[in-house]
Design a protein around this ligand. Sequence first.
Ligand code: F3S
Length: 273
Amino acid sequence: MKISLARNSGFCFGVKKALEEVEKIKNKYCVYILGQLIHNKQVINELKKKGIKIIDDVDSIGKGTVVISAHGIPDKLKKKIKEKNLKIIDTTCPLVEKVHNITKELEKQGYNMIIFGDREHTEVKGIAGNLNAPVIINNASGISAFNKKYALVSQTTQDQEEFGRTAKELRKRIKELKVMDTICSATKQRQNEAKKLAKKVDMMLVIGDFSSANTRRLEQICLKIVETRHIETASELKAGWFKGKAHIGITAGASTPDWIIKGAIERIKNEFQ
Ligand code: F3S
């Protein structure tokens, strides 16, 4: 049985940078990560073992260092942290920062903002938190005809085809719509490579946290092409999945570390090949 790993699987540069920054300060006194640094339980558990605390808000802390995740936060929350005289390590991905800047600028130009994304995702909350009542959608349904001037952006990790379909649909209903494709290059590459590989194999294995939106999107993309299984770690692999398969493809979400991907490949080779 052949095993192929899709290009651009696993950590994106934004996640790598965030973890490197945390690595530098992990031994300091009172290090807090605001929200999920990355959507991966195994990595977060390792950080917790090193004494790093995960917090949901900064109200209860009076001193120490606050790490802002790669997903970013609204400007007013950053201001609040500064006003409390807490040290900030800002690991916001430059490509998320770019969406913040684009949306603030478009709003200044008089556009009403529409964000294509998951309402509950930290990145979307961060972008929306800087805007006046943006509309957040994950498809075009529910959007009726608008006469005002609108601009559409996307959460950086959304599915390119879904975004394209939604933009097309909205163009029919909104008189003046500016579309900015803000899906990040790392996401596009990962999705395109997964799609390419899925067409050549008998089964795709998608590795990443069940709560990771970009991993789930990889699963949905591959499922449209071939039998696909989503696992968090090697322990979930089942012998039956590999019976009669000649070629297995593997991809992994942007927050899946190499050691988890390698662990899955090793187990397949040792037990199921
Ligand atoms: Fe940045 Fe894209 Fe990764 S926005 S954090 S490079 S998935």
